[in-house]
Design a protein around this ligand. Structure first.
Ligand SMILES: Cc1cc2nc3c(=O)[nH]c(=O)nc-3n(C[C@H](O)[C@H](O)[C@H](O)COP(=O)(O)O)c2cc1C
Length: 366
């Protein structure tokens, strides 16, 4: 029986050998936005994980758009040069295609790294001013952002296109926009964070307007053969917040702007907007988005088991799956999933002798 998970997929002109993506994961280890040796190691490892696509962590389009002092950016020549080193390394040593997530943290910017408390930066921690659709803090104790002016929107839109141009120059195989997890573009879409009465708020169409504007501007600078995707929120998991109906409407609108695929995540628009811990908790919404919008869709969230991932794709609930923590736990997750599903996966030549056909020990691993 052939595996659906290990069947190829095409997104624009990009051919991926399987339906597995490593989800973007902030490492909080950059130096003024520039990738470091940590990224060489971390991404070099994941480039040989068996995933067809590795998506780089939220990479911020302006310095004040970073979540923390350690977040990755693509807003300067120094950022671009540092990332070029990592990309070239992954290409030389790895098997995966590389995607990048472009982001702006909005009202969740200027915060501490998770291991420093994950709260707003204190006055003695070099905080910076934040921006958002409305002057509403993320939660108690968070910075109050400035409501964005038209000039701010022009600047941020331009920052997205400039970072996208840099990503194209670096040769990324896919580019994704971050429209989830409470960051700037999601905070425009959600009625919990966007209370504007002008053309950038009010109605659902008004709240989607700025993210769609950004998507259109980025699409215009990304070659049509390079897939452009977005991570959207399937639901805010909060009364009065976004629901699956909104996700479907946004998916249709993003598809009309020429996006090639979506990743359906959820939550984090407010401190009490948390995702559940059930297996595959975003899958039912991803399935609806896929069915009703017709765009290639990736599901993420508590997917960790090869048979579970196989069923999601084989049953048509999503075209692809993305995994975050499972790949940190097992950086060869893709190899082990291929073994469980009797499928083939690319390994670097140096590690070819770990293939189950060549190594009886593979069958002994518990
Ligand atoms: C260490 C870590 C960093 C993360 N950073 C990002 C990020 O940069 N962008 C993003 O969209 N999601 C980020 N996430 C969320 C994951 O991409 C994923 O959606 C979430 O962990 C659920 O998937 P999982 O159950 O496979 O871990 C992060 C998750 C982890 C564990």
């Amino acid at each position: 029986m052939t595996s659906a998970l290990f069947s190829p997929i095409r997104l624009a002109d990009l051919e991926l050998p399987n339906r597995i993506a490593v989800a973007p994961m902030c490492q909080y280890s950059a130096d003024d936005g520039a990738a470091t040796d940590w990224h060489m190691t971390h991404l070099g490892m994941l480039a040989n994980s068996g995933a067809g696509l590795v998506v780089l962590e939220a990479t911020h389009v302006e310095r004040h758009g970073r979540i923390t002092h350690g977040c990755l950016g693509l807003y300067s020549d120094a950022c671009e040069a540092a990332l070029e080193r990592v990309v070239n390394h992954c290409r030389r040593i790895g098997t995966a295609k590389l995607g990048i997530q472009l982001a702006h943290a909005g009202r969740k910017a200027s915060s501490q790294r998770p291991w420093e408390g994950a709260k707003a930066l204190e006055p003695n921690q070099d905080p910076w001013p934040t921006i958002a659709p409305s002057a509403l803090p993320f939660g108690p104790g968070w910075h109050t952002p400035a409501a964005m002016t038209e000039d701010d929107m022009t600047r941020v839109r331009t920052a997205f296109t400039q970072s996208a141009r840099r990503a194209v120059r670096l040769g990324f195989d896919a580019i994704e926009l971050h429209l989830a997890h409470g960051y700037l573009l999601h905070s425009f879409v959600s009625p919990l964070s966007n209370k504007r009465n002008d053309q950038w708020g009010g109605t659902p169409d008004g709240r989607m307007r700025f993210p769609l504007d950004v998507a259109r501007a980025v699409r215009a600078v990304v070659p049509s053969g390079t897939p452009l995707g977005a991570r959207i929120t399937g639901t805010d998991w909060v009364e009065g917040g976004l629901t699956a109906d909104d996700a479907v409407a946004l998916a249709k609108a993003l598809k009309s702007e020429g996006l090639n695929y979506l990743d359906v995540s959820s939550a984090n628009i407010t401190p009490d907007s948390r995702w559940p811990s059930e297996p595959g908790f975003n899958v039912p919404i991803a399935e609806r988005v896929r069915r009703e919008s017709g765009i290639a869709t990736r599901a993420v969230g508590m997917i960790a088991n090869a048979k579970q991932a196989e069923a999601i794709v084989a049953e048509g609930k999503a075209d692809m799956v993305a995994m975050a923590r499972a790949f940190l736990d097992d950086p060869h997750w893709g190899w082990h999933a291929a073994q469980a599903l009797s499928a083939e996966v690319a390994r670097p030549l140096q590690y070819a002798r770990t293939a189950p056909k060549l190594w009886p020990g593979a069958a002994m691993r518990g």
